[in-house]
Write a protein that binds this ligand. Sequence first.
Ligand code: IVH
Length: 701
Amino acid sequence: MSVAAVAKLTKAEATRELGRLRAEIARADEAYHAKDSPEITDAEYDALRRRLEAIEARFPDLAEARPIAPGPAGGFAKLTHGKPMLSLENAFDRDDVERFFQSVRNFFVRPEDVARVERDAIRLVAEPKIDGLSCSLTYEKGVLVRAATRGDGAVGEDVTENIRTISEIPPKLKGEAPERIEIRGEVYMTKPDFLKLNAKLEAEFLALPAEKQTKNRRRQFANLRNAAAGSVRQLDPDITRNRPLRFFAYAWGAASDEPEGQWDFYGRLKAWGFKVNPLAERVTGIDAALARYARIAEERAELPYDIDGVVYKIDAVDLQDRLGFVGRAPRWALAHKFPAEQARTRLNRILIQVGRTGALTPVADLEPVNVGGVLVARATLHNEDEIARKDVREGDTVVIQRAGDVIPQVVSVLTEARRKAAKPFVFPETCPECGSVAVRPEGEVIRRCTGGLICPAQAVERLRHFVSRDAMDIEGLGEKSIGEFFADGLVRTPADLFKLKAGMLDGREGWKEKSIQNLLGAIRARRKVSLDRFIYALGIRQVGQATAKLLAKHYGTLDAWRRAMEAAGDPGSEAYADLTSIDQIGPSVAEDLIAFFAEEHNRSVLDDLARYVDAEPFVAPSARGSPIADKTVVFTGTLEKMTRSEAKARAEALGAKVAGSVSKKTDYVVVGSDAGSKAEKARALGVATLSEDEWLKLIGG
Ligand code: IVH
């Protein structure tokens, strides 16, 4: 391998070396995962990877979505998206829509920017939100080379061969094509095709010998989205080929050349040979967007495919880029959902579930009912106050609703249909799983089991969370198996997973040699995970994915984070001040973090886990080579050229941490007009202060 400094490489050299590195990495991956006999050491492998990443960071247009690991034998390989696949912020009524655009409007300050985003002037594309499976298709020099599902947004499944069987997806772009582009859209199925497919599956099922019919019970698809997703995610592309799949294109990911506008891009998509939803329209102003929504809602029932709302996208790409995203959703797009679908049914019983933090959650066990194409048998009742407020009783007839992906809810009770004998529900004051007292602190709505470590329900839920897709993402370990492994004493803590051996699973019902090997492979593949995933996987109260990312970004390594959390137990400490200086981390989250680390058991779980899992230091993806990567910045006073929100978004996109208060660890304080004590504190501590112009110069305008 060449050891020339990355900064000195010419593009031609970089291209050659990238080719070589990718081949070496692929060979090493193959040896490690498929043959299970590594040919190079972990350190050598890491060095290859680091070099590849460094070169790609310098020449982003040479970067590619690459397989990060072949899937377990018989599964899908994983593909890293060139740019993350985002989700969308939801709006449920006009007020939500108005608020969303108000926040866009407030993002800007200069009159020429503001004029473009005023309520009645903003230019948008409005189009149906398709209920299917989103996919990202990579074209190089106009040729389809890879296709991936969305997965967790950063990494999806390699479904290239299956996607190639869909006739609405061009294998080659017509006309002039960019060097490289990821094209995104929705694979979906039409209603008539769906009915035909289900009828065919039913016929095939009935043609099976009787003893096989029971095992194949779930042959029909519950709805159009499942049918599309299930058909794409077939291990045998020939099955996919015979499924009537279609595709609407609507976005781009990494691209060697960006379009100027969303609408302009749709023109290009059509010229390349894609279908763009014919109901997509460019509109000016929010009223026109809402009118478009109303029109599409009227047409919804007649459409041959399922839609669940209307997506608004700001047309101008320069504004899209400046707005960026927050968490997993762009600030420049919104999904305006159609109202929830409702149905009535009988509530048989109220069950109490115990979550991983001990919360007791009431769940309605329902007489199964079809709500907008999905069979619903459970609905949430939220908490004990909600049950009392709605006066929900066992045996009642209730109205339930579901909207999009959210859990179905009990909306109201039809009291006139109530039987005389129905008694008000008494919420238990002990944990139904371990019998410990369940307490409800004053001012809180949630009652919690105090059993902590002795409560099996909490332990199992923590394990489920640990392996779940957004956490450690260990495939092949369903909720049921975790419960069984726990009950049998095979896996009690997260680290126990890494101690599993084939011999411990042999002979278990439902486990064959292949599924055991797959599971062990999936666990092995998770010995390296990003620090933010690792933090999230611990299941600390109030530490969701976004907070886990903030922590990973702020502390960098597992060791540093852990040391800081233990030191932060003293509220007078610098570690505590540092923790709460992280934007969006307040005293309440800090308290939960400290409480987690104060628990001896949690510390030993961490010690144990650290022996198996290597939590990789956090690297902000686009930030390598940025002048402010890893720097801590504080903004104070009024900025003239951009709002505080935009300044913060820009700084974060460039890999900086934005803090709310000045400390010795601050690298820059950007001082606007009328700045107060923070500017003084910076000077007192000797922290560099910059004017807004100096700041813009530093980050390149
Ligand atoms: S745009 C950055 N347009 O909805 C925005 N998404 O809830 C990229 N979806 O994961 C998405 N129809 O898979 C866009 N016309 C449409 C869509 C659409 C369906 C899906 C998409 C996304 C999800 C977000």
